[in-house]
Design a protein around this ligand. Structure first.
Ligand SMILES: [Fe+2]
Length: 316
């Protein structure tokens, strides 16, 4: 799904509590709700040579780099799924393998979804995926007349490369899969306002969840303890492994991490993961991140989430 899955822009009363506030409007993106025709089956036979070539170029450019720096969960997941390096993946061949491992299914959708629909799907282990790819004529047609970032490195619009190359491999891991499902359930509970907090607080708590999602499964790092090297062609020579799908689907972001970790750039900081700080820290959609939060291990991340759910129930 989109790099940023959760959108809450309307209510801002409690925004003053956040740090690192950067205006980050996703102008122009089309958002689909429950009452829109949001399901859109993949027509695999209609995928063009050009679209396959865009996939291949993006995939091959990142392949070795990710083999060296992506996390264990990613490498194992990628190895076990039929995600080709030279053409679009076919959802119906990928999804049953994920379902067999963790119960998640890929659900082809038309684009960005409203939060409630997104959380509801995630709570039922349904992962929305799109089959449009950045830089393609189909992408350009969808956004005709709208100024939206559409380059190799990044696009805020959901795209198949991010959704499948970036996210799908992680869904093969049961602990990760449970974590994502729990986040969906929590998001749905907040939206349904089960505690009667009112719209301002619902939105504030959703923004906390949005920050958490951003700094973890989209842009998170985990300490490199050396154990993953047995799955790599070349040993990981930095202190971190990448588990954020937003990094994994971006060559520029991955190279930035390598450069900063090796002291060749000072663009971004590496900060120890602290859930209280993470939920209160905003982010910028469209730039290389200025910081990355590093968890000691994936189990530390899951534990921290499970033990601190009250952070997403701010009562005002
Ligand atoms: Fe994403």
């Amino acid at each position: 799904m989109a790099i940023n899955h959760i959108m809450t822009e309307d209510y801002t009363k409690y925004d003053y509590l956040f740090r690192n506030i950067i205006p980050n409007a996703i102008g122009g993106i089309r958002i689909y709700g429950k009452n829109d025709p949001y399901q859109k089956p993949q027509k695999y036979s209609e995928v063009t040579n050009l679209e396959n070539k865009i996939w291949e170029d993006l995939f091959v450019k990142l392949e070795l780099l990710l083999n060296q720096y992506a996390s264990r969960e990613y490498l194992i997941g990628l190895r076990t799924l039929p995600i080709p390096n030279d053409r679009f993946p076919e959802f119906k061949t990928v999804s049953p393998l994920i379902e067999n491992s963790t119960g998640w299914v890929l659900v082809p959708v038309a684009g960005f979804l409203e939060e409630e629909l997104f959380f509801e799907m995630n709570s039922k282990r349904m992962f929305p995926v799109t089959d449009i790819i950045r830089q393609s004529p189909r992408f350009k047609k969808k956004y005709e007349g709208i100024n939206i970032q559409n380059d190799e490195g990044y696009t805020p619009e959901p795209d198949i490369f991010h959704d499948v190359q970036g996210h799908a491999p992680f869904l093969m891991n049961i602990n990760y899969a449970n974590f994502l499902c729990d986040m969906g359930k929590l998001g749905l509970e907040i939206i349904k306002d089960e505690k009667g907090l009112g719209q301002e607080l619902i939105d504030h708590n959703l923004k906390r969840l949005q920050n958490f999602a951003w700094w973890t499964y989209e842009f998170g790092l985990v300490k490199n303890n050396g154990e993953t090297d047995k799955f790599r062609r070349k040993a990981n020579d930095i202190d971190y492994e990448i588990y954020g799908a937003g990094i994994i689907s971006s060559y520029d972001e991955t190279k930035n991490i390598e450069a900063c970790a090796k002291g060749l750039s000072t663009h971004s900081k590496f900060l120890p993961f602290n859930i209280e700080e993470v939920v209160m820290t905003c982010f910028d959609y469209s730039e290389i991140q200025d910081r990355y939060y590093v968890v000691d291990s994936m189990s530390e991340l899951y534990k921290s989430f499970n033990e601190n759910k009250d952070l997403f129930w701010y009562l005002g």
